[in-house]
Design a protein. Sequence first.
Length: 449
Amino acid sequence: MNYLIQNASVVNEGEVFVADVLVEDGMIAQIARGGGLRAENVTTVDAKGKYLIPGIIDEHVHFRDPGLTQKADIYTESRAAVAGGVTSFMDMPNTVPQTVTRELLEQKFAMASEKSLANYSFYIGATNDNLQEVLGIDISQVCGIKLFMGSSTGNMLVDDDSALETLFREAPCLIAAHCEDEGMVKRETERYRALVTAGQVAPDATIHPYVRSAEACYRSSARAVALAEKTGAHLHVLHISTAAELDLFRSDLPLEQKKITAETCPHYLTLDSRDYEKLGFAIKCNPAIKSPEDRSALLEALRSGVIDTIGTDHAPHLRDEKFTGDYFTSKSGFPSIQHSLELMSNVCSEGWLTLPELVRLMCHNPATLYRLDRRGFIRKGYHADLVLVDMDRVSRVGDVTEYSKCAWTPYEGVSVGAVVTHTFVGGNLVYENGVFHEQTRGERLQFGR
């Protein structure tokens, strides 16, 4: 089906302007500034009073498929994605089995082709002994290499110095790294376990930013950056959570010329350590949410260009995995993809970002960084991944269904100033005012490398 989106306030490449946008055969066929576009055999969508943005590209999700599908799966989480305006996602390899071979990688692509409402790609995970698998990937077909330089994911930790340097030196594409110092995290975990046993501290969520400290993040990120500088690797450090880490990154180069880049997440921008008292294990995640001062520094870094992208680190767990037991048994991570745009619209309302700057961080920059083929911008000849947003409607998180399979959110009751009304994926209307149209599936992302 072809669409004519009329009277939209288009947000694209630093501008906001009223236009009509014609979608034909899945692509953006025309953009008429000022409106007045006419077309036959189209379905017309009146977008007056709404913003039209490129589909959000979430480069950092955990959809739990295969092997952990009691928590989430590609179908359920892609529904949550498109309901939140996310039209493309890149999924992490810590599933069961872990995605550490090309064969397992292709199995995930095959699953997504049948199940995903959004466009998709998958990282291959690096280990101490799978270098040949990693080096053999087709870099036009795979988003990147995921490297865990911390204990978040068990035996996917790469801690062999020789393996690390070889990976950095020979990696054929972007390395996306989780950076927390393994030794520091282990030592602090055991120290706090002893303090809890002695009755000196409570085993609640307030200890999390001390167990997984700012220093553990900085030390590991600094090591990764040093390796990238030494080898020339393309390094993207994920979920930056501290002010100290920001000194490792540059803002004086255009993104296209950067070899070392940084991502943060909505929870580090909207929450801080004071929120553990109220929200407890609901906001336990790795790296930990840090101090109010860290949050302020991260917000400033969005404006300055030190931080390049915003990804969700969407990581669903069942309620009993999160809320039964104590600090040492509660799982880290929480669902967030459905609400990332809503939450970031609040950051705009607070004056930290303009809407065009937000679109740059969530849509343009991921497309540029990963060299996505004709996505992330509203341009003639690009794939019609498009989202209509009503920013005149105030709502609360939880007023509509939570579409993630785990069916909860730490943001319950938060007031937000943006409502996604329509989501188009590859020119197909897949979400419309709370209704899903599931006749089509998303596409495998292609990369111009």
